[in-house]
Design a protein around this ligand. Structure first.
Ligand code: ADP
Length: 213
């Protein structure tokens, strides 16, 4: 079952009886306990561009620095929370909407959360940005040419897409809209995994994310 067969989720339909419950531990207190600012590191790019690889390398570096972190990975989330969604455009939109909401909860909890989703549409990424304060959304474009992604083909998906076994494949028969003004642009075809991850960690350091004192 996919959502498309039913309806697009409209959060404006939520009941007026649903009231926000004020938490007894504030975001400021959670941030203070973490010892650093919280934010979403939103990795976007083609399949095989290196989102998961770089997100996990960054996560390891931040964890080793004593930060509270987590990674939300596209493939993993599609096993559970978003297991009911297909790769149609409407379901892709709903996929990103849910991840945005979950990321917001992680940010509220005081974490640096990395998300690794193709997230092909500008409007969807901007909708997530709009859920958060400006410094809490860091868009990281994993800018890898499609020829390199296809050559890597870590999951054999390009091969299947070219053979017509997978439809709606981003970069082949589904659009990828490049970020217009990402906070960071990472070139994995030119630099090593470690250098790319360091670029992200250094951005956080240089912009004061890692120390709230
Ligand atoms: P995505 O999450 O974007 O689909 P993955 O991280 O799953 O991409 O796959 C990227 C593949 O490219 C991995 O097999 C990784 O080892 C390889 N790779 C080679 N060089 C790099 C690099 N500099 N940065 C990131 N990935 C790289």
């Amino acid at each position: 079952m996919t959502l498309e067969k039913n309806k697009v989720v409209n959060i404006e339909n939520k009941s007026s009886d649903v009231v926000w419950h004020q938490a007894s531990v504030s975001h400021e207190q959670r941030k203070a306990a973490s010892g650093h600012f919280s934010a979403v590191l939103w990795f976007t790019g083609l399949s095989g561009s290196g989102k998961s690889t770089i997100a996990n390398a960054v996560d390891k570096m931040l964890h080793d620095l004593g930060c509270r972190t987590y990674v939300l990975d596209g493939d993993n989330v599609r096993h559970g929370l978003n297991g009911d969604l297909s790769f149609s455009n409407l379901d892709r939109i709903e996929n990103i909407r849910r991840i945005g909401e979950v990321s917001k909860l992680f940010v509220d909890a005081g974490l640096l959360v990395s998300t690794a989703f193709i997230s092909p549409f500008i409007q969807d990424r901007e909708s997530v940005r709009a859920l958060l304060k400006s410094h809490q959304f860091i868009e990281i474009y994993i800018d890898t040419p499609i020829e390199v992604c296809e050559q890597r083909d870590p999951k054999g998906l390009y091969k299947k897409a070219r053979a017509g076994e997978i439809g709606h494949f981003t970069g082949i028969d589904s659009t990828y809209e490049q970020p217009l003004k990402p906070e960071l642009c990472v070139k994995t075809a030119e630099y090593s995994v470690e250098a790319c991850a360091l670029q992200v960690v250094n951005y956080l350091k240089d912009n004061g994310y890692l120390n709230i004192k």
